[in-house]
Write a protein that binds this ligand. Structure first.
Ligand SMILES: [Zn+2]
Length: 474
């Protein structure tokens, strides 16, 4: 470890926190797009503030359409081969649980609170102070470095599409917008929907569940006709409720006593880690199928019944590996996951949505073909709404090995590569990996209330980034 780097960065703690505070104070949530503010005024304001600060520090700065800011440092016109990609936009901070103003940086007992301190304004500032340190210490570099500050990571990374119109990415790019040590594999993804038209005569008046496509749904409900409250309660107590961890409630429809409302409450989980969830939707499908089977829900038409039976065959309660779609597979990048996440059924139609994350042992087209076959065999039309190949950077590449060795040296623990089901900011950048800024199992409340990072972690991030620059560029 270079003690000069460490001392330089730690001696700039107050400056670093001041800049972070200025950025946190700009509520850079995506807003209405206009001509010179592609993602709204506040993300642009954050970018312009960063631009001003970087110019004052003496860096060469390029602003691409108020969407992306490039901060370059290279000696004697050397080629730029390392990029550090961070983002200045944030998610909203509407939760009632904030104990401090989310748009004011507050430090308490060595912990910094505020929206963006870990995701991703803190790491952005840490990267800037790493580069400033290299510049001020005049550490000789053979190749140059570019900091890339984007403003649309939280809403689809359209900022990087704008960047690509103007420029190429450096050979090696890492983003401190994930976790340490190194995320080198991001699974592929397919999102899609399946549809079946119905006859308008069923006795399920409506049924639905799920609010977003990328999560295990924790709620589902149905309005049923021609069933008594008692019969429904008896069926619930019979088998499903306790065993599944999903709770059902039954109520007479207040407006019309021919109808009974049944709702299910399970447990939400991100679609990339569905094992921790309890799918309320598949539990409700299962319950209604039992009602049909036992003759408790008399049939006015068999199409709804057949639809729910086929859905249960494809997405049985408790299954998260896509086995029933014929998709089950796993390798060192993890197991395939499959979540039935949204559903709407009326008497006219049934429409379901799902989210699949697949490991690197299968291709996008293989997974898609298996889905197509399974859905068509079970009588559904199927289409994808999002298709994404896996992102892989070899563990034994020079870039990854150097990142891990710096991590081991500074953090004093073994570095290793991690595969994840989600996508990071570098998902569509060839050779890009995530390096930081979350550590271990700590829950930094990213996207939640009271988002935090410790001051010492933030300073260490900066040291790590400076050491990586030295290791890769000199
Ligand atoms: Zn982020």
């Amino acid at each position: 470890m270079n003690t000069k780097i460490h001392d330089h960065i730690f001696s700039h703690e107050n400056e670093l926190k001041k800049l972070l505070g200025e950025l946190v104070a700009i509520p850079s949530v995506m807003g209405k797009s206009s001509d010179n503010a592609p993602f709204g005024d506040e993300p642009k304001n954050a970018l312009l503030h960063m631009e001003k600060v970087c110019r004052e520090m003496g860096f060469e700065v390029t602003n691409y359409e108020n969407a992306v800011l490039c901060v370059d440092y290279s000696r004697n016109g050397a080629p730029i081969e390392l990029g550090i990609l961070a983002h200045l936009d944030v998610v909203p901070a509407e939760g009632a649980g904030w104990k401090t103003d989310p748009f004011e940086l507050v430090e308490k007992d060595g912990v910094l609170y505020g929206r963006g301190v870990i995701d991703d304004k803190g790491p952005a500032v840490a990267a800037l102070y790493a580069l400033k340190c290299i510049k001020e210490l005049e550490i000789p570099l053979k190749t140059g470095v570019r900091l890339i500050f984007g403003t649309n990571e939280e809403n689809g990374s359209e900022d990087l599409e704008i960047y690509k119109k103007h420029d190429k990415f450096p050979k090696n790019v890492f983003t401190p917008d994930g976790s340490f040590p190194v995320i080198n594999i991001e699974k592929g993804m397919i999102r899609g929907c399946f549809i079946r038209n119905l006859s308008e005569r069923g006795n399920i008046m409506s049924m639905g569940g799920g609010t977003v496509i990328n999560a295990v749904p924790d709620g589902a409900s149905a309005t049923l006709q021609s069933i008594s409250r008692e019969a429904l309660l008896e069926e619930i107590s019979r088998d499903i409720s306790d065993a599944s961890g999903v709770e059902f409630t039954v109520e007479q429809d207040p407006d019309d006593d021919r109808f009974i409302d049944v709702s299910a409450v399970g447990k939400a989980a991100h679609a990339s880690t569905p094992d921790g969830g309890k799918n309320a939707l598949t539990a409700l499908v299962s319950l209604i199928n039992r009602l049909f089977e036992r003759g408790k829900l008399p049939l006015s038409d068999c199409r709804q019944r057949d639809t729910l039976r086929e859905i249960e065959k494809l997405f049985p309660f408790g299954e998260t590996d896509g086995g029933s779609l014929g998709l089950k597979c796993s390798d060192e990048s993890g197991a395939l996951t499959c979540v039935f996440s949204k559903f709407t059924m009326t008497r006219r139609s049934a429409v379901g949505q799902f989210d699949i994350r697949f490991p690197t042992c299968v291709t996008l087209s293989e997974v898609k073909e298996k889905c197509r076959k399974a859905f068509s065999e079970h009588g559904f039309e199927f289409e994808t709404t999002l298709e994404d190949e896996p992102h892989v950077v070899p563990e034994n590449s020079d870039f990854v090995k150097k990142l891990l060795s710096v991590y081991e040296e500074i953090e004093g623990e073994r570095g290793h590569c991690v595969a994840i089901g989600g996508g990071t900011y570098v998902h569509n950048i060839e050779g890009g990996v995530a390096f930081g800024a979350e550590r271990g199992d700590t829950d930094y409340h990213m996207h939640g209330d009271n988002e935090f990072v410790t001051t010492s972690e933030l300073l260490r991030d900066s040291v790590l980034f400076a050491e990586v620059i030295v290791k890769l560029c000199s």
